[in-house]
Every structure is written in structure tokens, then in C-alpha cells.
Design a protein around this ligand. Structure first.
Ligand code: C2E
Ligand code: MG
Ligand code: MG
Length: 583
């Protein structure tokens, strides 16, 4: 074993011992190589082999990091050893080929086999060997780091960073697998939706870190309650869901539900505070309560609301009692039909510049007049869509409508940027970014002409996947806007880390701005910060002339609100622009 230092520079600094396998049938050559490597800087453990088959055995048994391989061995050739390693062990170990022949043909053949480098024995020196070995190790180190990063990314595309549970995308994948398998084997399974009771209160009172800790602990407890064959997931926020695969009789299912409730309700100590968060659980069973994943989710959601509204810990979906529950519960069911029957439509609200009195962009807002429920505001149905897995469809439908409208307006020579509101959930979706780009391509709209409004709360989750999607969006040219700024937990880190083009000041600060100097001071500070960071500020919910005046004096010239115009249907929007000379 060698752990000696050398004065040669550029030698890799690996944290662990490197195991080098020297394969050479010539004892003198092997000894010479060991001598040459005495001055190798990184901790190096040399093992050797004098035949190809001995080398293969060592590779199988030991963790070899690097191979110095003689081209001609007694029993095999170097290339044959390499092929056998890759076939038998399914491994690629960085290899440096050494040969006495030194001809070009051998060198090319070695390179073709994927060896890192090729050294002729004739003029081999300690320095040459150390430099080549160092380069190979640096290369390996980089490959390992890259591999680690890739592993982390693929992990994050399937698992929730905070709890380590499956994320919503893996959950819905497993759900469709469960449906397919149960169709084939005629077996049953259950879907459980869990919503924490006091999570929002804990978050608001003790802050995000405490909230995260609660989620982490609940995740840990849930994974202990269920079997490995079940899927436990965090769908987002404080919503957890499980797929219970086993064929359980009802009494056992009830025992399991009880265990989950008991385990979540145990106290959690955070910063010397003893906290208790209860939960409401909704259950739906395949095939009685639905034969499709989405129906099962919607019905588990309904059951969960039944549990919440009747102050119970859990409810199993029951069609007959569903009618008794609040109208809100049927939202998810009606939303299915709304998407199929194209009941959703968009309205557009102008954002204008007070100085030039011209329109700078328009915000697209979704509307839903349900034939069953009447008008349902987006504030109400978007969270339901998020919970029951319909948000992807709702988002696709809205993006499609907005870009179709944008393209139609473009053809009429009317080309202003349009803003689309995004649910936080979309930033964690694997397919969202590609879909968004492909719809833009289809309608031939440049991403530069689309503003994506993302609420501050969505950003404060700080998830790596959110960050990755945001970076992709920025790279593709989309403009990003922070919506409802100041209404959630302000995360200046996000403002620092992500390049936003626009900050929309929540109407909470605008409503009384003409009467309350503290609101005015907050708005002035936000405007100043945005200006210093090269971002545009827009005041939301401006309803009065006095508010406009104050905003102008505070340097906030961009506004949106009823004082200018309420959201309008597409045809009325163009009329409004023309009538007010806005373009
Ligand atoms: P938001 O993005 O902050 O949208 C502004 C909301 O303020 C809209 O309500 C708009 O109609 C309302 N508003 C505009 N001017 C005034 C005013 O002067 N006074 C008052 N009191 N309100 C004003 P809306 O359309 O009900 O939307 C509510 C929220 O629902 C939106 O807040 C947004 O977060 C969400 N939302 C709306 N459309 C979509 C959508 O297509 N996708 C997603 N994911 N969310 C949407
Ligand atoms: Mg908005
Ligand atoms: Mg807003």
C-alpha cells in the first residue's frame, strides 16, 4: 500500500482510497509500476494480477477504481479482459492500457474499446505514468460527481425532497399502475387522502421551518404505519395520500386508518413548543367507488371533506351521504365534466402604465360558470383541482385558450404580452415545461410575450424542482412575475435567486393606501427594492382615483384594478382598448 506524497502538481484529490489494479504478466514490469507510483499524491492502494482471469476475479470481488492493463497477457489479451469485465460485471472501470508494442494500430484499437489512455512501455517514466493516472482519476471524479447530480435529479423527479416520500407525479403513476393491475387480477385497493388540520395555523404562527418539520415528522410516521408495498406520498402542501394495495377486509382497513390517525395525532416538539396536528382522512375503494385513478382521487377528496365538515377523523366515500355535504365538495366532480364540456373560459384584465396611459400587458383569469353549481370563483376551484390531480388539465386548458387568443389577436395586429397564472403545483410537474413550450410553438407565440404569474407562497417552498423549472422558464425567455407579493411569507431569497421581471403588490396593501401611511411606506419600499433590482412593480386591486394618485407619488406607475377595468371577455377587451386609446 502506498500513501506517499509527491511534488507533482495537478494530482487529483480524492477523498477515499483509490484502488488501482495493475494487470501485467511480467513480474518486473509490475514491480517497476509500483515503484513509479511511490510518489503518487492521493492515497493509492495497489492490487495486482498476473493473468487476465485473475484480474477478472479481482474486479468481481473488489471495488476497483482504476485499471492499468497490459495489452498482452499470458491467458488473454487486454481487450479480451476489458470485454469480459463489461459483460460479466456490467461495469466500466476507467482503464489505461500499457503495451510493449507501441504501434498506432494497437493504440487506436485500445481507444475504440473505451480505454482512457494508452501508454507504450518502452518510454514509460514515473512522471508520465503519474500524469496519466491523475488525469484518469480526475476524469473519474468528474464522472462520479455528474452521476451523483443525475441521481439526485432523477430522485427529485419522483420523490418529495422534504419528506422523502413519493411525490405527486410518482403517486399518480403508481395509481394508474394499481388500476391496471387490479383490472387484470380482479383485486381491490384503497386510496386514502390525508389533510392535516392545524397546519396552516402552525405555519402562520411558528413560521415555515416549523411547518416543514411537522411535514417531515408526519411523513416519517406515515411511512411506518403502511407497508412497503403501499405507496405513501406527499402531494404538496399538507396533503398526503396513500395507495393501500392489500386485499383488506373492512375491519382491518379501519384498524389501519385508526393507526394512521393515532400516529399523526401524537405530539411533536418544535423549539420547546408541544404541537399537535390532527388530520382528516378520506378513503375511496377500487372498484366500488371508481375504476379510474382520477375518480378514486375525487371521491377520496369528497370523503375527506365529509370528514372535515362533520368533525370526524375519517370518512369512507359514500355516494348517498355525498348530497348532504357542502356544495364545495361536488366541485371536483363537476370540474371533470367542466373540462370535458369546455365550460372554462378566460377573461382578460389590462395592466396599464399611468404615465403613458397605455396598456403594458393583460392578465388572463379563468372563469367557470357551472350549469350545476353556478359561478365558481377560481380561488375556490383551483385548490380543489390541485388536490384531486386535475390541475395539469386545468392549466393545459387555460394555456391553450390564452395562446389561441393571443394568436388570434396577433393576426388582427394586436400584440401585447399576456399573463397566465400558474398554480405552485405546476412548477413541480415533470411535463409542464415541455407542454408549455410546445403550445407556444404550435401557436407560434414567442415565450418572451408570455408572463407567468406565480404566487409568493409557491416560491417560498424553496424546492429544488421548483428552482429547476424556474430556471428552465427563464432560459426559454418567459417573463416571470411574483403575484400577491407581501401576502405570504416574503422570501427575499427567492427574489434574490430567481430573475423576476415583475412584482405584483398584493391588494391588501393597496386597499387602504390613501388612508394608511404604513401601507404607503410598505409600497414605497417594495417599489424601491424592485427598481434597484431591475424589476417592474404593479399595484393590484386599484379601485379608486385616490389610490392611483398615491401610487403615482410613490413611483408605482403600473397598475391593475377595477379603477381601470374589470376583467373582460376577449371581444369586450379589444373594444375597451380601442375605445380608451390604450394601444
Ligand atoms: P390573482 O392572480 O391575484 O388575480 C387577481 C384577482 O383580483 C382576480 O380575481 C381579479 O378579478 C381580482 N381583481 C382585479 N382587480 C380588482 C380590484 O380592483 N378589486 C378587487 N377586489 N379585485 C380585483 P379572480 O379572477 O377571482 O382570481 C382570483 C385568483 O385565482 C387569482 O388571483 C389567481 O391566483 C387565481 N386564478 C385566476 N385565474 C387563474 C388561472 O387561470 N390559473 C390559476 N392557476 N390560477 C388562477
Ligand atoms: Mg395573478
Ligand atoms: Mg394577484
Amino acid at each position: 500500500m502506498n500513501f506517499q506524497t509527491t511534488s507533482l502538481t495537478n494530482q487529483p484529490n480524492m477523498d477515499q482510497n483509490i484502488k488501482l489494479l495493475v494487470v501485467d504478466d511480467d513480474d518486473v514490469d509490475r514491480e517497476r509500476i509500483s515503484r513509479f507510483l511511490k510518489n503518487f499524491k492521493s492515497p493509492l492502494m495497489i492490487v495486482d494480477a498476473s493473468t487476465g482471469s485473475e484480474a477478472l476475479k479481482k474486479v468481481t470481488k473488489e471495488q476497483i477504481d482504476l485499471i492499468l492493463l497490459d495489452y498482452n497477457l499470458g491467458d488473454m489479451t487486454g481487450p479480451e479482459v476489458l470485454k469480459a469485465i463489461s459483460i460479466e460485471n456490467n461495469k466500466t472501470i476507467p482503464t489505461i492500457m500499457i503495451t510493449g508494442m507501441g504501434d498506432e494500430k494497437t493504440a487506436i484499437e485500445s481507444m475504440r474499446l473505451g480505454v482512457f489512455d494508452y501508454l507504450p512501455k518502452g518510454n514509460l517514466t514515473a512522471e508520465k505514468l503519474i500524469v496519466t493516472l491523475s488525469a484518469a482519476l480526475n476524469h473519474t471524479k468528474m464522472q462520479l460527481e455528474l452521476q451523483k447530480k443525475n441521481d439526485r435529479l432523477s430522485y427529485l423527479s419522483l420523490y418529495d425532497e422534504l419528506t422523502g416520500l413519493a411525490n405527486r407525479s410518482l403517486f399518480f403513476d403508481r395509481l394508474s399502475q394499481a388500476v391496471k393491475q387490479s383490472e387484470r387480477t380482479k383485486s381491490k385497493f384503497s386510496v386514502m387522502m390525508i389533510d392535516l388540520n392545524l397546519f396552516k395555523e402552525v405555519n402562520d404562527t411558528f413560521g415555515h421551518q416549523a411547518g416543514d418539520e411537522i411535514l417531515r415528522v408526519v411523513g416519517e410516521r406515515l411511512s411506518k404505519v403502511f407497508r412497503k408495498s403501499d405507496t405513501v406520498a406527499r402531494l404538496g402542501g399538507d396533503e398526503f395520500a396513500c395507495i393501500i394495495q392489500s386485499k383488506m377486509v373492512k375491519s382491518n382497513l379501519l384498524k389501519l386508518i385508526d393507526k394512521a390517525i393515532q400516529s399523526i395525532s401524537q405530539s411533536i416538539v418544535i423549539d420547546n413548543h408541544v404541537l399537535k396536528v390532527g388530520c382528516a382522512i378520506g378513503i375511496s375503494n377500487y372498484p366500488n367507488h371508481g375504476v379510474e385513478g382520477k375518480t378514486l382521487m375525487a371521491n377520496a377528496d369528497i370523503a375527506m371533506y365529509q370528514a372535515k365538515s362533520s368533525q370526524k377523523n375519517y370518512c369512507i366515500y359514500d355516494k348517498s351521504s355525498e348530497r348532504k355535504t357542502r356544495a364545495k365538495i361536488t366541485v371536483s366532480e363537476c370540474l371533470f365534466k367542466a373540462l370535458q364540456n369546455k365550460e372554462l373560459y378566460m377573461v382578460y384584465q389590462p395592466k396599464i402604465d399611468l404615465e403613458s396611459n397605455k396598456i403594458i400587458s393583460a392578465e388572463a383569469l379563468v372563469r367557470w360558470n357551472s350549469p350545476i353549481l353556478g359561478y365558481v370563483p377560481p380561488d375556490e376551484f383551483i385548490p380543489v383541482a390541485e388536490r384531486c390531480g386535475l390541475i395539469e388539465e386545468v392549466t393545459s386548458a387555460t394555456i391553450e385558450m390564452v395562446l389561441k387568443q393571443h394568436s388570434a389577436w396577433n393576426k388582427q395586429g394586436f400584440d401585447i404580452p399576456l399573463a397566465i397564472n400558474l398554480s405552485a403545483k405546476m412548477l413541480d410537474s415533470k411535463v409542464f415545461f415541455d407542454n408549455l413550450l410546445s403550445i407556444h410553438n404550435r401557436f407560434q407565440i414567442s415565450p418572451k410575450k408570455t408572463i407567468l404569474e406565480i404566487t409568493e407562497t409557491a416560491l417560498s417552498s424553496c424546492r429544488l424542482t421548483t428552482q429547476l423549472t424556474l430556471n428552465n422558464l427563464i432560459r426559454a425567455g418567459f417573463k416571470l412575475s411574483i403575484d400577491d407579493f407581501g401576502s405570504g411569507f416574503t422570501s427575499f431569497r427567492q427574489v434574490r435567486d430567481v430573475i423576476f421581471n415583475e412584482i405584483k403588490i398584493d391588494r391588501l396593501f393597496i386597499a387602504a393606501i390613501h388612508e394608511n401611511h404604513r401601507d404607503a411606506a410598505i409600497v414605497r419600499s417594495i417599489v424601491l427594492m424592485a427598481k434597484n433590482m431591475g424589476m417592474n412593480t404593479i399595484a393590484e386591486g386599484v379601485e379608486l382615483e385616490e389610490q392611483m394618485e398615491i401610487l403615482r407619488s410613490l413611483g408605482c406607475n403600473n397598475i391593475q384594478g377595477y379603477a381601470i377595468s374589470p376583467p373582460l371577455k376577449a371581444e369586450n377587451f379589444i373594444q375597451w382598448c380601442n375605445k380608451n386609446n390604450m394601444i
